[in-house]
Design a protein around this ligand. Structure first.
Ligand SMILES: [Cu+2]
Length: 101
């Protein structure tokens, strides 16, 4: 009986730990705002968005064609601000970090 209780407590502790980790990584998502060069037509933002979305850890990309900016939500344990900028730059649209949150 004592053994069962010990196992039960261990299972509960482990599952709570996993839950806490999941919540923590959710909260750790970061947002970066880039200014994007070379966007000349309405299709360019799609190319930029697709290039940035290919970077592992990128959760969401919103490109504003008029403002020439991209707002990116990403997991900083997987993606870096620089890697996301490089993906856009390599697609032909140099990205410059214009804001961090
Ligand atoms: Cu275009």
């Amino acid at each position: 009986m004592k053994y069962i209780m010990t196992v039960l407590i261990m299972v509960i502790t482990l599952s709570l730990g996993g839950w806490n980790l999941a919540v923590a990584s959710d909260q750790a998502d970061r947002e970066a705002v880039y200014s994007i060069d070379n966007m000349t037509c309405a299709l360019c933002p799609i190319t930029v968005r697709k290039a940035m979305e290919k970077v592992a850890g990128v959760r969401d990309v919103k490109v504003d064609f008029k403002a020439k900016t991209a707002t990116v939500l990403f997991d900083p344990t997987q993606a870096t601000i620089e890697a996301i900028a490089l993906a856009s730059t390599n697609a032909g649209y140099p990205a410059h970090i214009s804001g961090k949150k």
